[in-house]
Design a protein around this ligand. Structure first.
Ligand code: LLP
Length: 415
């Protein structure tokens, strides 16, 4: 989807004021391009929607952990939601105060927990009774502040989203059931080195149904009601973005207002990822070949499922547009595919495109979230560079260079 930052100016796709063609000419393809201006605008929208609350936005680094992006979001007032020691390390490098990091994840290792404790990470979102005991025991051995624990609640609520990104139903591996949380809260004294200070929930990603979140928050509040010292509710991420023009996206202000009566007396943490960076990023690819066969038109690009796996993994739809709009507005249903040896290597099904020719570049839209972070070297492909158009909207920088064959071989020996 096009927006104020990813838009055509005189028929040429721009990222803010920069012609994407200019970046492509200097950096080559495929390449990820991000508008920092758009990402900061998205952060601001959420901050504004929750302005009436004591709210803290922890950008979910799993959506896109580019260091430059993290640094600008942190400067814009965001904390970070990290799901591994690697993400904590990046968050710290990007200038995040340790107290503004929440450490989440269903399977944190002892080493990761020790690292996070030594760094005095602000919050630990706990998903397991044994994990709680482990944090308590490591905290007794390392020199750290008493860690704040938010127990992650699995409310057994099915979110209406793709099954792979729903997390709040009873059968999911995530969170703790109400009875386990009630038991843990009653046993704070068994965990003297940690402080039960919050409750956490995240029922899924790309959530269209705000009522499911409201129900989950309400059930979470019931659990902490007997403990007036628990004043923080982390409502997770999941704010959706429109991948198609007619995708229904709840208004963030209305969403915040729906929760206001429930949460007005609490400190609220949010962990948005997609809603901050998805529509600020594009993946630019070049057309290698056009093949017409079996009644289909295949545009074969130099980008693939190795660079953007969402269409292959979730049947996700991303709009795809030509970098240069032709004068003629005739469009044809086109299968946009990559060079990888998998039938699933599809970037777009039945995308309406002009008659494409080799050498004509395309942009895959809404690719800023869960794009580069999920890229792989499958088929010994080199992960693409990442370019940031700076918040001034005029200047751009390569924030990560294209990988080389040496990068791929560095960790391996021939024995
Ligand atoms: N908090 C927790 C505990 C999460 O598990 C997630 C996402 C988030 C926050 C951020 O959610 P967001 O605001 O981005 O929806 N790779 C998938 C999405 C996986 C989401 C995993 N958890 C995709 O490409 O759609």
């Amino acid at each position: 989807m096009l927006n104020d930052s990813i838009h055509y100016i005189n028929g040429s796709l721009h990222c803010d004021a920069v012609p994407v063609q200019e970046i492509l000419a200097q950096v080559g393809s495929p390449v990820y391009v991000y508008s920092l201006k758009r990402a900061l605008h998205n952060l601001k929208r959420i901050q504004t929607a929750f302005a009436g609350y004591d709210a803290h936005i922890h950008y979910s680094a799993k959506a896109n952990a580019n260091l430059t992006l993290l640094r600008h979001l942190v400067q814009g007032g965001a904390g970070i939601d990290a799901v591994s020691a690697g993400e904590i390390h990046r968050a710290l490098l990007a200038g995040t105060a340790p107290s503004n990091i929440v450490f989440a994840g269903v399977g944190k290792t002892p080493d990761e927990l020790a690292y996070a404790l030594e760094k005095n990470v602000g919050w630990f979102n706990v998903e397991n009774v044994a994990e709680c005991g482990l944090i308590d025991s490591i905290a007794s051995q390392v020199d750290c502040l008493p860690p704040h624990i938010a127990l992650r609640f699995n409310p057994d609520i099915s979110a209406s989203t793709h099954p792979y990104i729903a997390t709040g139903h009873g059968g999911a591996k995530f969170g703790l059931t109400a009875d386990v949380i009630a038991d843990l809260l009653a046993r704070q004294s068994d965990f003297p080195n940690v402080v039960f200070a919050g409750i956490h929930l995240h029922i899924g990603s790309q959530l269209h149904d705000t009522d499911a979140t409201r129900q989950a928050v309400s059930a979470a509040l019931d659990l902490i009601k007997p403990y007036p010292n628990i004043r923080t509710v982390n409502i997770g991420g999941g704010l959706p973005v429109a991948y198609k023009a007619d995708d229904p996206v709840p208004d963030f202000d209305a969403f915040a207002q729906t929760l206001a009566p429930l949460l007005k007396d609490y400190t609220v943490l949010l962990e948005p990822g997609r809603s901050i960076i998805a529509d600020a990023g594009i993946l630019v690819a070049n057309t290698l070949y056009v093949k017409k066969q079996a009644g289909q038109t295949f545009v074969i690009t130099d980008a693939s499922m190795s660079e953007l796996i969402r269409p292959a993994l979730y049947q996700a739809h991303h709009e795809i547009v030509p970098l240069i709009e032709p004068a003629d507005d005739t469009r044809y249903a086109t299968q946009v595919v990559g060079p990888v040896c998998e039938t699933a290597d599809v970037l777009g099904r039945n995308i309406l495109l002009p008659d494409m020719s080799p050498g004509e570049p395309l942009a895959i839209l809404n690719a800023g979230a869960y794009g580069m972070v999920m890229a792989s070297n499958y088929n010994q492909r080199l992960r693409p560079p990442e370019v940031a158009v700076m918040p001034d909207g005029q200047t751009w920088q390569i924030t990560r260079r294209r990988e080389t064959w040496d990068d791929l071989l560095r960790m391996e020996a021939i024995l």
